[in-house]
Design a protein around this ligand. Structure first.
Ligand SMILES: [Zn+2]
Length: 183
């Protein structure tokens, strides 16, 4: 994604080579627009060999399976963003256990560059229910993942997860799947 007009003076920008990259530059006032990848989070919970994915109810990739997550708010720590997105999209309270990896991608028609921080997490509470942007939620066996996974980075994350042998999320009283009776 890029700018078309200078945010300082409103003149149409042109692309020029600055510091080894083509960047939008304002010929009138000299403003240089430095573009950055947008940080996003994704959350993978694995229980009994299955990973929780969200069926998208919105474009892009309507009807495709998605890793729960999204764009970080300004100033939001990625771990807090991960918990917020999981709460919104799945109803589950989670605790990130580790970072599975960092994955680069692009988003949407404008090709917004994204930096996707993918957490592994365990469920610590909540009740499974699909949020507004989700058509449904499903636990997918890692050895039978759907072909229509929404984003490139998510396919990369799935490969990394499988490479690690589908590490189970160490559930601590989570009730996402099969509530175990109190002893
Ligand atoms: Zn300008």
């Amino acid at each position: 994604m890029s700018v078309r007009y200078c945010p300082e003076c409103g003149t149409a920008v042109e692309r020029r080579l600055v510091h080894d990259r083509e960047r939008p530059v304002c010929a009138a006032c000299g403003f240089i627009h430095y573009e950055h990848s947008r940080p996003c989070v994704g959350v993978l919970v694995v229980e009994q060999g299955k990973v929780l994915l969200v069926e998208r109810a919105v474009e892009p990739f309507l009807g495709y399976w998605d890793v729960p997550g999204g764009f970080l708010e300004a100033g939001e720590h990625p771990a807090a963003g991960a918990a917020r997105e999981m709460r919104e999209e799945t109803g589950l309270e989670i605790e990130p256990t580790e970072v599975l990896g960092l994955f680069m991608d692009v988003y949407g028609d404008q090709g917004i560059a994204t930096l996707n921080i993918c957490y592994l997490a365990r469920v610590i509470g909540g009740e499974l229910r699909a949020g507004d942007d989700a058509a449904g939620l499903r636990w997918h066996p890692l050895d039978r993942l759907p072909n229509n996974i929404a984003f490139n980075w998510e396919r990369g994350a799935m490969e990394e997860l499988k490479r690690r042998g589908g590490e189970e999320s160490k559930s601590r009283g989570g009730r996402s799947r099969a509530p175990s009776p109190e002893p």
